[in-house]
Write a protein that binds this ligand. Sequence first.
Ligand code: UDP
Length: 478
Amino acid sequence: MKEAIVFYPAPLIGHLISIVELCKLILTHQPSLSLHMLITTPPYDTSSTSNYISTISATLPSITFHNLPTFTPPHTLLSSTLNHETLLFHLLHHNHPHIHQTLISISKTHTIQALILDILCSQSLSIASQLNLPAYIFVPFGASGFSSFLYLPTLHDTYNKSFKELNIFLNIPGVPPMPTCDMPKPMLERNDESYKSLLNCSLAAPKAAGYIVNTFEAFEASSIKAISNGLALPNSFTPPLYCVGPIVSTTTNQYQNTCDHECLRWMDSQPSKSVVFLCFGSLGVFSREQLREIALGLEKSGQRFLWVVRNPINDQNHNLALGIQEDPDLESLLPKGFLDRTKGKGLVVKNWAPQVAVLSHNSVGGFVSHCGWNSVLEAVCGGVPMIAWPLYAEQRFNRVVVVEAMEVALWMHENAAGFVAASEVEERVRELMESERGKQVRIRVGVAKDEAKAALMDGGSSHVALEKLLKSWNGQVS
Ligand code: UDP
């Protein structure tokens, strides 16, 4: 029977992309493996995911996609973006029997060497143990975030209040002192369903056969060391850690043809390292007021910019857009005359830009980022310094790490309501592009870029880790 590896990503495009990239990496080492991907179909628009999967299936026939049955959740879960994480865990819970069945059906024709579960799908480790399959957790964010995830049960037992009610710094192994308010969003309120689900995932994690993390040793040395030395899991055995990153997307963009995108042609005509790129992940959105403030700040900064703008949200407390994103009407959204006044110096694109291509373009000089982990790694691989402006998920946590520990970003300051003034946008952008401090951050990210390259090369730390992982699947533990 053919040997197979089965992957189970969470239904988030960023997670899916990095799992597919992991597949590509594995195929370069073991092209004969048959790879299977279990796909959750969420009850909201998934054209981004389905477009992406069509592109991948056309170019990578070694991956077979298995669509799990759609779950129709109660109306209350769908009605608001408030419950996004809760909805996600409901979907994953609903998948359980279907995962079990699909694994049995794959095993009729294949020998399943390993099941790779997205970290958010860790509760499916129990299915793997029922079927006697070695299961690994794939961590699409860094080792620092992973340390906080593994350490959650310890923190839960140490404090009897929610992090959002505590105003202290947490000591998480290998991570800079972390303000409680900067912990990943689903961890903030201990009575939330998403917190409980995450805690359960974390409690299940020691049962994994190993952890595959999208990072590299030189980038997160202290958190990697802390996890490997068992500090993040003080009460159980720590499974082996395989840091195989940086894994960044190399696929032609799933939404538009990367090579043809107008913004790349525009970048070609800009001076070297002169353009500030503003892009906020697959889901990031702002209020109308915040969009205008960004525009004013950019204009005053006098810097060249490339800015991805989406339709605003009405609820100012949430910066997360699910579902269809209609094209924004830029004239009505941005300050009067802004587009004319900045013509030539700035370009606004609607909804989506080919980020990896932009970040590796010679004209890009800075990146205002929401600090999603893929974006952080893509910036590092492009050697582009960042301004960190987190919006959702674990991005505030990532900001602390990239600013304080890695020193590859400057901190964007928001007010208590999360609003960033035009003057702050202006100052931070200028600081990154013109100041001595900006220069230091640029130098540091340049070093990280070289370290990333070295990690992936033959004999580099990530290359060696991947080989060890593949050997462990073949039963040759090294
Ligand atoms: N992305 C892109 N163009 C956009 C917005 C996002 O290509 O306009 C890609 C980006 O390159 C990254 C992914 O979408 O690979 C976003 O992942 P990340 O982890 O940064 O953030 P998330 O979307 O998960 O919050």
